[in-house]
Design a protein around this ligand. Structure first.
Ligand SMILES: *Cc1c(COP(=O)(O)O)cnc(C)c1O
Length: 500
């Protein structure tokens, strides 16, 4: 390191004094970054390939001093970041690397455990079980559910549908393959469901043609009557309907499918029910929101992502299942080298991943540092901020809200001066331009959605350090950019008339 030879040491790692000095600098840098994130443009302003061009084509031949790596991190990497931990990150779903969560990640990186089987890291396996129980109880998910922590909701959904496929084919699929089993499997989800359902169908050999998208109603909720009819007509046509995904908090508008009705259909028709509550599930902590999740206790599996709205650094997805045996029968394969005399409950038997990192540690830090009440208050605060923004939209003639906002996401659009008729195309163009102007400014970052042919802007509140002033700021920015757009439009008009 830094010219100093390590030959006289047994350890191949850097000297601990050097680690301590660098660690001290890192923690100070992190604390300042979290305090001053607003100084950075939210969305990276660079072009694709900028960082790539600035990086050497080969790794260094000799080790470099940590200080130089840190300098290059600030000089090269930082300018090309889109700051997901920025309080004015309102795009997609805003997330939080909270301070307790960051500390949990540091300890987990230091321990570097791999919880393949219970014996390879008992603490990881047992803390994970306890954290999932804490979470389930806070959310009103019954004790009959157990679970594992996965990396992403996409993984949880894939695991769920894989187990569903096995159950539907009497566990024949895993042995002889889907083709030999001859089952013409079909699965159902609303047209608003997340793309991870389709990805799962690709990976599981179900095929995209057999993911049946059920229409949604005016409020973007799955039409349960249409689901029932479609399942019956598919069965009559020789297909084997095997699973339905209900979404609690869809990606575009955060609408909640009618879970009790879907659960009743699933029961009548013998379908596996997966509830995708990756983002909104966190809101089940709030007494006033519990009703929206009624019926999810009838599901076979539920996914809620702590890395979405539970202040846990990415990645952590809680995958709950009611029948552990179904998962085990779908996935358990134990080679000799992993056989142990114990009868332990091993996480590798519930999914396809063997090695697993210690995600429960950051959950433990987050849950204990804020407490159930603290988390509830923070989520409620976000819902209030979104409500205030929605109220502002509703009170303005030149703006329109495009969907109910049951949680912390608002879908809206700019209409332009009242009384002026505009086509859907012109409105879409107008809002795309507005979005790009706001995002390019770096002051805030919003995203968009297509809602029954209309283009909506989406404001998603979810970062733990977001304040009312941040929401006011993005509101001000939207108004300012709309004014600038009409000013440049009338200047164009003047010029055009002058030329006549
Ligand atoms: C975010 C989200 C997902 C995908 O989550 P990942 O963890 O990124 O895979 C799936 N479904 C819903 C409803 C989501 O909001």
């Amino acid at each position: 390191m830094s010219g100093k030879k390590n030959d006289d040491r047994e350890s191949g790692d850097i000297p601990v004094e050097e680690f301590l000095r660098a660690g001290d600098r890192a923690l100070r840098w992190i604390a300042r970054y979290l305090e001053e994130t607003r100084a950075y443009p939210v969305r990276s302003a660079g072009a694709e390939g900028d960082l790539l061009a600035a990086l050497p084509a080969r790794m260094p031949e000799e080790g470099e001093p940590l200080e130089r790596i840190e300098e290059d991190f600030v000089r090269l990497v930082l300018p090309h970041l889109t700051h997901w931990n920025h309080p004015r990150f309102f795009a997609y779903f805003a997330i939080s690397g909270s301070m307790p969560g960051i500390l949990g990640e540091i300890y987990s990186a230091a321990l570097n455990t791999n919880a393949m089987r219970w014996i390879t890291c008992p603490a990881s396996v047992e803390l994970e079980k306890r954290m999932l129980r804490w979470l389930a109880r806070s959310l009103g998910i019954p004790d009959s559910f157990s679970g594992i922590l996965a990396d992403a909701a996409s993984t949880s959904t894939l695991l769920s549908l894989a187990a569903a496929r096995e159950k539907a084919t009497d566990y024949d699929c895993r042995r002889r393959g889907l083709a030999a089993s001859g089952a013409k499997l079909r699965l159902y989800a609303s047209e608003e469901a997340h793309l991870s359902v389709e990805k799962a169908a690709i990976l599981l050999g179900i095929g995209l043609d057999h993911v049946v998208r059920i229409p949604s109603d005016m409020n973007y909720r799955l039409d349960a009557g249409a689901l029932r009819e479609r399942v019956r007509s598919d069965r009559a046509a020789g297909f084997l309907p095997f699973a339905v995904v209900a979404t609690a908090g869809t990606t575009a508008t955060t609408s909640v499918d009618p879970i009790p009705e879907i659960a009743a259909i699933a029961e009548e028709e013998g379908l596996w029910l997966h509830v995708d509550a990756a983002y909104a599930g966190a809101a089940a902590l709030l007494p006033e929101k519990k009703d929206l999740f009624r019926g999810w206790e009838k599901a076979d599996t539920i996914v809620v992502n702590p890395h979405k709205w539970l202040f846990t650094p990415i990645d952590a997805s809680a995958f709950f299942f009611r029948d552990p045996e179904a998962l085990r029968r779908a996935f358990s394969v134990v080679p000799e080298y992993l056989r142990t005399p114990d009868e332990a409950d091993n996480p590798m038997d519930y999914g396809f991943q063997l090695g697993r990192r210690f995600r429960a540690l950051k959950l433990w830090f987050v849950f204990r540092a804020y407490g159930r009440r603290g988390i509830e208050d923070r989520i409620r605060h976000h819902i209030r901020l979104a409500r205030a923004f929605a109220d502002w939209i509703d009170g303005e003639e030149e703006w329109e809200r495009l969907a109910p906002a049951p949680f912390s996401v608002v879908c809206f659009r700019s209409l332009g001066p009242a009384g002026k008729a505009r086509t859907e195309e012109a409105l879409a163009e107008r809002n795309r331009t507005l979005l790009e102007r706001v995002n390019r400014s770096g002051e805030a970052y919003l995203s968009h959605a297509a809602l029954k042919g209309r283009t909506a802007l989406r404001l998603a509140v979810g970062n733990i350090r977001t304040t009312r002033a941040d929401v006011d700021r993005v509101r001000g920015k939207l108004v300012e950019e709309v004014r600038a757009m009409s000013a440049s439009a009338s200047a164009r008009l003047d010029r055009a008339q002058g030329e006549c």
